[in-house]
Design a protein around this ligand. Structure first.
Ligand SMILES: *[C@@H]1O[C@H](CO)[C@@H](O)[C@H](O)[C@H]1NC(C)=O
Ligand SMILES: *[C@@H]1O[C@H](CO)[C@@H](O)[C@H](O)[C@H]1NC(C)=O
Ligand SMILES: *[C@@H]1O[C@H](CO)[C@@H](O)[C@H](O)[C@H]1NC(C)=O
Length: 514
């Protein structure tokens, strides 16, 4: 038989089929029986699938399920899940359930989520498999769900908060957000959960492990994010090799090589693509930009930057890719440019106040931060930091770090900006400091296991990974990660195949959501 489907991405499955649709269902089935051609669309499936079940048209039922699976979207997956449950479509039920867990942050914004019953909300938020950047998403989802029908739902606060893993949230968030929430204040059981979380934070690290509660267990999403990509670098000369770390298999493997040699490039992940921006090709600082599609395992060149830059910082702010500072072969740069993926064009924005090569950049709270680096003019490694507001197109100095850091790795975790390692002259650091934008202060956290500069940094599942770099004499193949809850660094057992540094200056690693 032949099948046609009309797709309306992002539509919900209608609760009750309308009469027209019911007629459509009968018509479609008759047409199928006589011609073996059927036209499937979302509302129609709501009547077609039960009818197909009744008439034992297994082919039709199977196709309906496959169609619904192809339509899964954050706005409709909970409805499709309920529908699959009602009609005993086990496979579809599991797919919709996994989809909801993997897109939790978007699903909780949907009408379907706000209209779930208490049991279903508890079952969803108690899952270990939720893919979330932070436990905040779960807390905010609970508050939004209760506020949707506050008079009726506030009595469920304690039952819901039982599944929110408050100990995994940063102290600042517990004090500034959770404790201030009226719904929490009004429930003594919720206050007990808050005390449990505070106690967890007060305990010395080794005693925290002894505190066994469902709320101190890390969520362990299955699929996402899955790969970390390390692009080019110098080992010891500029190379084309690209490696991927699979978090599930816990091993490294090679993927498609760069079109040309590149090290000291800026790297970002944007719109499903990895961008390698500028850098050094072994003889020249380049303007060129390549993008990698992890699904096709293929590299493509996009528009050149306006300026040549190596050891630049690159980051994504409001959907634009920014290339910040760097070195053009003769001087350090203060200039900054942005790339619009839709028009495939680069344009200059306001320059920084300071020339910065080997600069680390990160985005927190809608602002772009440029951290330390090397000022070619005064020949100094820098401890100064400035931040860019795209609305005003202005750079402003913020609090300085406690030490000079050039080639520091910069990463963002839980709305805090981390500056990892780097060097001041010949001294390569293992120290790490973290910036809190709400207080404009830096504070020291635990040292890494190794001294590193020009390493890559990224946040995965609430941990901050630092990859490669060099310790002043050797390129490093090792990877370590920081757990902010325990304030500890742990070395990953599997190393890259080659030690490399400068693989995308300060951020050589990217998460690819497969
Ligand atoms: C606190 O909770 C009680 C019972 O659940 C409710 O009647 C009362 O209105 C709540 N007060 C506030 C300020 O929300
Ligand atoms: C570096 O780039 C320049 C200009 O694009 C090119 O002429 C040169 O051959 C490249 N060098 C290497 C080693 O690829
Ligand atoms: C950028 O500056 C404008 C004007 O001062 C301000 O309203 C806005 O909140 C700033 N943006 C961020 C993300 O802080």
């Amino acid at each position: 038989s032949r099948w046609y489907s009309c797709e309306f991405p992002g539509h919900s499955l209608a609760g009750k089929p309308e009469r027209g649709v019911l007629g459509g269902g009968v018509e479609a089935l008759l047409s199928y029986i006589f011609t073996e051609v059927i036209k499937v669309y979302l509302d129609l499936v709501a009547v077609l699938l039960p009818a197909a079940g009744l008439l034992q048209l297994q082919d039709v039922k199977k196709t309906c399920c496959e169609f619904l699976e192809s339509q899964l979207h954050p706005v409709n997956c909970l409805g499709i899940r309920a529908f699959a449950d009602m009609h005993a479509c086990t496979d579809l039920l599991n797919k919709a359930n996994t989809y909801a867990e993997q897109h939790f942050a978007d699903v909780v914004l949907s009408e379907e989520f706000l209209n779930l019953g208490i049991e279903q909300v508890c079952s969803l938020i108690s899952s270990d498999k939720l893919t979330i950047s932070s436990e905040e998403k779960v807390f905010e989802a609970v508050i939004a769900w209760v506020n949707h029908d506050k008079d009726v739902r506030q009595e469920f606060m304690a039952r819901l908060m039982e599944h929110v893993r408050l100990p995994l949230l940063p102290r600042e968030y517990l004090v500034q957000r959770v404790e201030e929430e009226a719904l929490v204040k009004n429930s003594s059981a919720c206050k007990d959960y808050l005390i449990e979380a505070m106690k967890y934070h007060l305990l010395p690290t080794e005693q925290r492990i002894l505190m066994k509660s469902v709320r101190t267990r890390l969520r362990t999403p299955m699929n996402l994010p899955k790969l970390m990509v390390v692009v080019g670098g110098q080992a010891p000369k500029a190379i084309r090799s690209v490696e991927c770390y699979d978090f599930k298999e816990e091993r490294w493997h090679q993927v498609a090589e760069l079109p040309s040699r590149r090290c000291r490039a800026g790297m970002v992940y944007m719109a499903g693509l990895v961008f390698a921006v500028g850098g050094f090709n072994g003889s020249l600082r380049v303007r060129t930009v390549d993008s990698y599609d992890p699904v096709k395992d293929q590299w493509t060149s996009v528009a050149n930057m306006r300026d040549r830059r190596s050891t630049l910082g690159a980051a994504v702010l409001n959907g634009l890719l920014y290339a910040v500072g760097g070195f053009d072969g003769s001087t350090g740069l203060s200039s900054v440019e942005a790339y619009n993926i839709k028009s495939n064009e680069w344009f200059h924005v306001a320059p920084m106040n300071t020339r910065r090569s080997s600069v680390g950049v990160g985005v927190v709270g809608g602002l772009l931060y440029a951290v330390g680096g090397y000022d070619g003019a005064s020949r100094q490694c820098l401890s100064t930091v400035e931040c860019y507001n795209a609305t005003t197109n202005e750079w402003t100095y913020i609090a300085e770090m406690s030490t000079r850091r050039s080639g520091a790795g910069v990463g963002v975790l839980n709305n805090l900006l981390y500056a990892v390692g780097g060097h001041d002259g010949p001294l390569v650091r293992k120290s790490v400091e973290v910036y809190d934008p709400t207080t404009n202060t830096w504070r020291q956290v635990a040292d890494m296991n190794m001294c590193r500069r020009n390493a890559g940094v990224c946040a995965v599942n609430g941990l901050l990974y630092v990859v490669g770099g060099d310790d002043g004499s050797c390129n490093l193949a090792s990877v370590e990660y920081y757990n902010p809850t325990t304030d500890k660094w742990t070395v990953v057992s599997s190393c890259m195949s080659t030690g490399r540094s400068y693989a995308g200056n300060n951020c050589l690693i990217f998460l690819v959501f497969c």
